[in-house]
Design a protein around this ligand. Structure first.
Ligand code: OGA
Ligand code: MN
Length: 295
């Protein structure tokens, strides 16, 4: 089946023509979606009536192995009972809106900082697939920034300075920015991971900035200089010209490439309105997706 991609932003992001992803099993259509990801880095699929198991199965067909160790498991067990399914909601175990001082709510507020998923782990996230189940009647959008376009727009001197630099990513760091406190036992489980600041994305071979609020320092530099560089890059890469804002409708599935984009949740009155989305993320492993999904 031939898919059409309608661009949503001058640099990236596209809405895919109507397709029922639960029914997509053929390699040819999956290959078109992967090629769309290489080009656009964010794909929007409207009207997907996924149940949890169907969303998990589609993610595996598209991109192989699933990420199953979300940072949030360190503070609480998921109410969804499956570590591969991230509960992106403001709901407590009883299905009611979380209290303002609920630790899981405070932890989740970290999604309002620009980030990439699971960059604080050694098998970081590759594709994230977020599905909207309940959306508020007010704007509660997600913003995405194109890290390839941001890299391309850097002055040559800056590109040269970034060669060979690596950053330490830690979920404890991004949460501490917001004043969230971890116990020593929790800290022990959150050592973080080190990744290059500039990556070349396989297949498209485009260079990309790999940034996130999880970054605590540049490994090769003293801490203050490294943090200043990371702040400058973050400021550069999130200028409006690089940002696409997604307004959710129930049934939307948005797939993004964490190697090529950053994202953040925009604020809304989360004490008043229910918002319920579910995310499945694949592992950024060397194995090409089509090999993983056909094994
Ligand atoms: C995520 C995320 C943002 C949002 O699901 O990884 O950061 O708007 N979500 O809920
Ligand atoms: Mn996220």
């Amino acid at each position: 089946m031939a898919l059409a991609f309608r661009k949503l932003h001058p640099h990236f992001a596209a809405e895919v023509s109507p397709v029922e992803l639960r029914a997509v099993h053929d390699e040819e259509t999956l290959a078109q979606i992967r090629a769309g990801m290489d080009e656009y880095a964010v794909l929007v699929f409207r009207g997907q009536p996924f149940a949890d198991a169907e969303q998990l199965a589609f993610a595996q067909r598209l991109d192989g192995r699933l990420h199953e160790s979300a940072g949030s498991r360190v503070i609480a067990k998921s109410r969804l009972g499956n570590e591969a399914l991230s509960d992106i909601s403001n709901l407590a175990a009883d299905g009611e809106i979380m209290k303002a001082d609920d630790r899981r709510r405070q932890y989740g507020l970290g999604n309002r900082l620009w980030h990439t998923d699971a960059s604080f782990q050694d098998q970081a996230g590759r594709y994230s697939m977020l599905h909207a189940r309940v959306v508020p009647p007010v704007a509660a959008d997600t913003e995405f920034a194109d890290m390839r376009a941001a890299y391309d727009a850097l002055p040559d001197e800056t590109k040269a300075r970034l060669v060979g630099l690596r950053a330490h990513h830690s979920i404890a760091h991004s949460r501490q920015i917001l004043g969230f406190e971890f116990s020593p036992h929790e800290q022990d489980q959150l050592k973080g991971a080190i990744h290059p600041v500039v990556r070349t994305i396989p297949r498209s071979l485009r260079r990309s900035l790999y940034l996130a609020s999880h970054q605590s320092r540049i490994v090769e530099w003293p801490i203050p200089e490294g943090r200043l560089l990371l702040r400058d890059l973050m400021e550069h890469a999130t200028q409006p010209e690089f940002v696409y804002r997604h307004a959710w409708r129930v049934g939307d599935l948005v797939v993004w490439d964490n190697r090529a984009t950053m994202h953040r949740a925009r604020p809304f009155d989360d004490a008043k309105y229910r918002r319920e989305l579910r995310r499945v993320t694949t592992l950024d492993i060397e194995q090409p997706a089509f090999v993983a999904s056909s094994s």
